[in-house]
Design a protein around this ligand. Structure first.
Ligand SMILES: NC(=O)c1ccc[n+]([C@@H]2O[C@H](COP(=O)([O-])OP(=O)(O)OC[C@H]3O[C@@H](n4cnc5c(N)ncnc54)[C@H](O)[C@@H]3O)[C@@H](O)[C@H]2O)c1
Length: 348
């Protein structure tokens, strides 16, 4: 890619675009947010005016053809990730895509194919890989500090935190907490484990709470939160097995009657273990069990993610969250749904 300014087109002008992606792109050197599209044109215009974005279009098929757009950031709800990726890839534009990659494996597969055929860079927005504490664990793992990592465990359990809007509409989201927040925990743990190939999943999902009128809680509200239906699971748990003999267990919920469990990811190696949130290393030195807490300043993971995307475009490098990772994670997510539906372990 040229050394001049990189032009970014934002697809979807909702919450994540306004609060995370646009501010993060605006902080990068030699990058301009040149265009924005949203089916809600008024929203796109408002956001464009606020951030000085020159081109506003309703249809992303038009946005991807603009000369001033070198790459797009896909910030729509999940049901549009596939069509927006196909449009951008076929127009030769690079892509940063919000999680989850898609609503199902078939969509993820068609995205993978389009990206490969067109030779564009596609990066998954697995933002938790860009946390300061995650980077420490990834570095220590690469340095061999943990030995063989054979087990992982993760959770993100909200007691009452079901988002309002398209998230609970199956046709628009593809799933509930598994695909919405489980994706973060499962991806990060899998990344820490060295991305082994998944071979089977055994999982359960429950839909026992649905909507509620609980007072004194905060909820993520999508910008178009009318006509809400509650069609997805509200909790899930399971076990994923990998080709190298390693495995991972997970617990996720939007609503469950237990304490909130903050997002955490823990790995267990033959030499040492580690977890984030909080960051801790569980080792042994001179025959003593030794826990340590590396010191890191908190960083803005969205800014780190965006900076990495831009660096990869400039240097022609593959991102640390390539399209193949999105596809493998999608297989695990949909494997969870398939296993729960069939009531047995499923193999890939
Ligand atoms: N990484 C994270 O931590 C994180 C957090 C929240 C949301 N997300 C992801 O970001 C995505 C968006 O979530 P959100 O909360 O911002 O949703 P949102 O509902 O607030 O915004 C989505 C926007 O997309 C627009 N849109 C819908 N169809 C479109 C189309 N065909 N073309 C252009 N625009 C279209 C909508 O009008 C809306 O403005 C989701 O995939 C979600 O999973 C990620």
């Amino acid at each position: 890619m040229n050394k001049g300014k990189i032009g970014i087109g934002i697809i979807g002008a909702g919450n994540i675009a306004q609060n995370a992606h646009i501010p993060a792109f605006l902080k990068q050197d030699n990058v301009a947010v040149t265009a924005i599209s949203d089916i809600n044109l008024e929203r796109a215009r408002d956001v464009a005016q606020k951030h000085g974005i020159e081109q506003v279009v309703k249809d992303f098929n038009e946005l991807v053809l603009l000369d001033e757009v070198d790459a797009v950031s896909i910030c729509t709800g999940n049901s549009v990730h596939e069509s927006a990726t196909l449009a951008a890839a076929n127009a030769g534009k690079h892509i940063l895509c919000e999680k989850p990659m898609a609503m199902n494996v078939a969509e993820a597969e068609s995205m993978l194919k389009a990206v490969k055929e067109n030779g564009v860079t596609f990066m998954m927005g697995f933002v938790n890989r860009f946390r300061a504490d995650s980077k420490v664990i990834a570095d220590l793992k690469d340095a061999g500090k943990f030995g063989e990592v054979y087990y992982g465990k993760c959770a993100w359990m909200r007691r009452r935190g079901t988002p309002l809007g398209w998230f609970t509409n199956l046709a628009k989201s593809g799933g509930g907490p598994v695909i919405d927040i489980g994706v973060h925990a499962i991806d990060l743990t899998w990344y820490f484990m060295g991305r082994p190939k998944p071979v089977s999943v055994s999982a359960v999902t429950y839909d026992k709470i649905g909507n509620y009128k609980t007072k004194g809680i905060g909820r993520w509200v999508a910008l178009d939160a009318e006509d809400i239906v509650f069609e997805t699971e509200d909790s899930a748990a399971g076990l994923i097995r990998f080709e190298n003999g390693a495995s991972m267990t997970f617990d996720v919920s939007w609503a469950i009657n237990s304490k909130n469990t903050n997002f955490y990811s823990q790995i267990y190696g033959s030499k040492a273990g580690a977890r984030i949130n909080p960051l801790e290393i569980y080792g042994e030195e001179e025959n003593y069990l030794m826990d340590s807490t590396p010191f890191v300043y908190e960083e803005n993971a969205f800014e780190n993610q965006t900076g990495h995307f831009i660096k990869c475009l400039r240097e022609g490098k593959e991102p640390i969250c390539p399209v193949e990772d999105g596809y493998q994670v999608q297989k695990m997510l949909n494997g969870i749904y398939d296993s729960a539906r069939l009531g047995r372990e499923i193999s890939f």
